[in-house]
Design a protein around this ligand. Structure first.
Ligand code: DC
Length: 238
């Protein structure tokens, strides 16, 4: 048997999904796609163009047609020639750093709850799966985007530990932020992502849980690789 390998990594905010997914893809020699970066890039476009963003309550009665806005947004990925890392482009412009600011983090759950936004992104994500093996991380990859993924991992960790990690990351990048506001953002996004109407964050019934509260990166990679090994043995062609 020879087939491609699709690995879906979902979970709560700031669990280190992208760190695990990126490294896993590197070791397997397959593509890594950060679906959260796609929603962040759309959010950045909304913010840059001062477009109104409906909150969860407004969204219930929102009749806006977002198609003309979405038609103006082109999202692509490339491998950065200097770092060798996959990075996202918004209308041709690399925006990896801009999409990680607190301004974007504070709005991204609202933008990603808009059904038309989700449909566009899910279509794009599925298209990328047509080009061969990949690891994709997000919130609904194992439930909606690739319900037939070969391996589904659901990552979680204590919210305070997650906020601590995100806080350290932001400070290291020179983004001076209060720990409490990072914690609030993590908790609010968990709530909003899990309670939206369209493909909410939830564990797929066939996903394996990875609670990394007290695990280092190597232990997490080993945990996932161990579950991928049997798939490679039955002939997944990566
Ligand atoms: O993984 P992240 O924190 O960069 O994702 C940013 C936001 O995007 C997250 O709060 C919810 C949304 N998201 C989503 O709704 N579905 C996905 N597949 C990935 C992210």
């Amino acid at each position: 048997m020879s087939r491609k390998l699709i690995v879906a990594i979902d979970g709560y905010s700031s669990c280190g999904k992208s760190t695990v997914a990126r490294e896993l893809a590197r070791r397997l020699g397959i593509r890594y796609i950060d679906s959260g970066a796609m929603y962040r890039a759309v959010t950045l476009y909304f913010l840059r163009n001062a477009l109104p963003i409906p909150g969860p309550v407004e969204l219930l009665s929102d009749k806006t047609d977002y198609a003309p806005i979405l038609d103006k947004i082109l999202i692509t990925f490339r491998v950065n020639p200097n770092s060798g890392r996959s990075e996202i482009l918004l209308n041709g412009e690399p925006v990896e750093d801009e999409i990680r600011t607190m301004d974007v983090s504070n709005q991204v759950s609202h933008v990603s709850a808009i059904p038309q936004v989700r449909h566009r992104m899910v279509d794009l994500q599925r298209e990328s799966g047509e080009d061969g093996s990949l690891v994709m991380d997000g919130r609904d990859i194992g439930t909606t985007v690739f319900p037939h993924a070969h391996l589904k991992v659901f990552m979680t960790a204590d919210p305070k530990i997650r906020a601590q990690r995100r806080h350290e990351e932001l400070m290291a990048k020179g983004q001076n932020t209060e720990f409490d506001s990072v914690l609030r953002n993590v908790v609010e996004r968990d709530h909003e992502d899990s309670h939206r109407q369209e493909s909410p964050l939830r564990k797929a019934s066939d996903a394996i849980v990875l609670d990394n509260s007290h695990m280092d990166r190597e232990e997490q990679i080993a945990f996932v690789l161990e579950r991928i090994k049997p798939l490679l043995e039955v002939g997944a062609n990566v």
